[in-house]
Design a protein around this ligand. Sequence first.
Ligand code: 4NP
Length: 157
Amino acid sequence: MQKKVHVLFVCLGNICRSPMAEAVFRHMVMEEGLDGAISVDSAATSSWHIGEPPHKGTVAKLKEYGISTEGMAGRQVSRTDFDQFDYIIGMDTSNIRNVRDLLGQPDHPKIFRLLDLTERSMDVPDPYFTGDFQETYDLVIEGCRILLDKIRMEHSI
Ligand code: 4NP
C-alpha cells in the first residue's frame, strides 16, 4: 500500500486559521474517501496556545458548515515535523518565515503559503484581529480545494 501523504497547516497561534484549514481539509479528504491516503494536522509558530481548543469564532463558523473541531488542541511546530510532513502550509508570509527558522530549512518547496496556490497570492487574513471568520473561511476553502487537487495529482490518488 502507498505511504500516507501527511499535510500540516501552520499559523501564528494554532487557534484560528490553521485549525480551520485542518478541519476543512480533513472534511474534504473524508468526503472524497481519501482518509486512508491523506492525514491532516496543524501547528503554531508560537507557544502561546498549546493545548487549547480552537478559537470560539473558528468553532462556530465551522459548525455552521457541519464541520467538526472535536478533539483538536493547539501545538507548536517542532523540528521533527519537517521529516514527518510532505506539505507544510503557512497561512501568511510571516508564518513561512517563522516556520523556516523553526525547522532550520531556509527554502524548501514543501513549505509554502496556502493562497500562493490560487491566483490571489495573498495572506489568509487573521480573524483573531479582523473578527471576520467568514472571509477567512471562504479563502481557506478556496485554497484547500486547490491543495487537494494538487496532492491528488502529485500522488496519483
Ligand atoms: P491564528 O490567530 O494565528 O490564526 O491562530 C491568532 C491567534 C492568537 C493570537 C494571534 C493570532 N494571539 O496573539 O494570541
